[in-house]
Design a protein around this ligand. Structure first.
Ligand SMILES: Nc1ncnc2c1ncn2[C@@H]1O[C@H](COP(=O)(O)OP(=O)(O)OP(=O)(O)O)[C@@H](O)[C@H]1O
Ligand SMILES: [Mg+2]
Length: 287
């Protein structure tokens, strides 16, 4: 499809030990979407993300990135496609003993031969770019600090800045807020939102239903490697989340107490509450 930036065609992944990571998953992601993947631990969310930049090889099917098959690509073409797909992780993956500046510049390695990048022979334009991307995540004042002197939220924003050095069309985010408190999670998600507003397509795995509903334009649910639902956020219901999390629908679930601050609220009201109070309990009891 012309406006699809990612096409996932009948993709399956079986790990070497026989574990099935993905089963016949097909979906298209349009340019500019903010796609959130939800599902239980082990559902295949990371497997799917890692397939998109070929950190994981898939077993069958094909993935097309902006019109080019990353599945079939080799050598220079593969490197070129990979540059357009940046990724951030739950644990930030920064070189902690290095400066913020070096960490951010390392996001540019895909544009250099290994000799020049090993010795930090960055161009003037890239040094300027590194300051510019840090400014975009509001951390320019940390430019010369060591990465491990930063808070978790700041480290994740450095990781976003590093990813931006690739000038990506797509940003993959694997549980980007899982190590962060609710308030800091909002800041990091807001940064992703700003990038999305600038035209970068986002694909993120999230455990928080409230964050998924707040930021996604579209949500897909995975269970046991299979696509369970795929809907624009406005159409996602409580029953959709129940279906991927294997929960009993609330109408027959009498075990939930009414003490939860969001009990009896609509999804929109619950998100509002969760956002106002940065209350993790509120997130959990949204649905
Ligand atoms: N390298 C691997 N080798 C073998 N099996 C793996 C490997 N990585 C993941 N798996 C298995 O594949 C399945 C999907 O794992 P995946 O990491 O994609 O789940 P996930 O949805 O990201 O879970 P979580 O929410 O815990 O991160 C799980 O059963 C997992 O044990
Ligand atoms: Mg995972």
């Amino acid at each position: 499809m012309a406006d699809s930036i990612i096409e996932i065609n009948d993709v399956s992944k079986v790990y070497d030990n026989g574990v099935v990571g993905l089963q016949n998953v097909s979906l298209n992601v349009k340019k500019g979407e903010f796609l959130v993947i939800v599902g239980l631990s082990g559902a295949g969310k990371s497997t799917l993300l890692r397939a998109l930049n070929r950190l994981n090889e898939i077993t069958s099917g094909e993935i097309i990135i902006d019109g080019e098959s990353i599945t079939k690509a080799k050598g220079k073409k593969l490197r070129e496609i990979r540059r357009s797909v940046a990724m951030i992780f739950q644990n930030f993956n920064l070189v902690k003993r290095s400066s913020v500046r070096r960490n951010v510049l390392s996001g540019r390695v895909g544009y250099y031969d290994s000799f020049r990048s090993t010795f930090g022979m960055w161009s003037k334009a890239d040094k300027e770019r590194s300051a510019e991307v840090l400014r975009r995540v509001n951390l320019l004042e940390k430019y010369y600090d060591r990465a491990d002197a930063l808070s978790g939220g700041q480290q994740q924003r450095v990781a976003i800045a590093r990813a931006l050095m690739q000038e990506p069309k797509i940003m993959l985010a694997d549980e980007p807020t899982a190590s962060l408190d609710p308030a800091t999670s909002q800041v990091v998600m807001d940064d992703l939102q700003i990038l999305n507003n600038d035209g970068i397509t986002i694909v993120a795995n999230l455990h928080s239903e409230a964050l998924a509903l707040q930021y996604a334009t579209r949500i897909i649910g995975l269970a046991e490697g299979k696509l369970i639902f795929d809907k624009p956020v406005e159409q996602v219901t409580e029953a959709d989340f129940d279906s991927v999390y294997g929960r009993t629908p609330k109408s027959v679930d009498t075990t939930k107490t009414s003490e939860q601050p969001t009990a009896g609220k609509t999804v929109e009201q619950a998100i509002e509450l969760a956002t106002e109070k940065n209350d993790e309990d509120a997130e959990v009891s949204v649905l």
